[in-house]
Design a protein around this ligand. Structure first.
Ligand SMILES: Cc1cc2nc3c(=O)[nH]c(=O)nc-3n(C[C@H](O)[C@H](O)[C@H](O)COP(=O)(O)O)c2cc1C
Length: 180
């Protein structure tokens, strides 16, 4: 069980270092008020010792609206070569501290900054991608912290598939095998 836990953590740490690692991009699911679940691909930007994760986004995006309405989220990580799926259930919150946001913004590579400076709101209808205007002196950069509460590991293989559920108990993760 400890080995499986260490494997998952290692996959996430590798994803931060290696841009081609399959766990670098994951699917984040949110739900708003009375709304259909919404899925999208995001980039894993940071993970701490409690497995809290960070993503960057445009703070006007729908995912931010959703997590403001309902903090519950799910995440899906998939490595096709290893036939490994890790799903996470947890909570999300937008980072509010302007100093923290300022520090993150300043550390972003210049080339990435335009992702957070479109004048038009994400989701706005436009006639052509070339009509988007980018602000020079303002931005909509936001960071979302994800707090895992359940982690599920599933590895397909022979002689058997292995599925484990980890739950957070008094700050530490406890795993149980479950039927795949
Ligand atoms: C490869 C890839 C990586 C992406 N990474 C991010 C990301 O890190 N943060 C983000 O907000 N959107 C990212 N997106 C865009 C989202 O998938 C999504 O289209 C966008 O954020 C709007 O989502 P929303 O309207 O549900 O909030 C990425 C898209 C792709 C294709």
């Amino acid at each position: 069980m400890d080995l499986i836990y260490a494997t998952i953590v290692n996959e996430w740490q590798e994803a931060l270092k290696n841009k081609k690692h399959p766990f670098r991009y994951f699917t984040l699911a949110t739900v708003g008020f009375n709304s259909t679940p919404r899925l999208r691909t995001v980039v894993l930007r940071a993970i701490d010792k409690d497995l809290n994760m960070m993503i960057y986004t445009d703070r006007r995006s729908k995912k931010v609206t959703h997590i403001t309405e309902n903090t519950k989220v799910s995440m899906l990580f998939f490595n096709v070569e290893k036939q490994l799926q890790v799903t996470v259930k947890g909570r999300a919150s937008l980072i509010k501290d302007p100093m923290v946001i300022k520090r993150m913004w300043e550390s972003l590579p210049q080339a990435s900054k335009s992702e957070y400076t479109a004048e038009q709101m994400p989701g706005t209808e436009i006639s052509d991608p070339s009509v988007i205007e980018y602000l020079k002196h303002d931005h909509f950069f936001g960071a979302v912290q994800l707090y895992p509460e359940r982690i599920e590991y599933l590895r397909l293989g022979s002689p058997r598939h292995v599925r484990v559920e980890f739950r957070k108990n008094n700050g530490s993760w406890e795993g149980t095998y479950i039927v795949p």
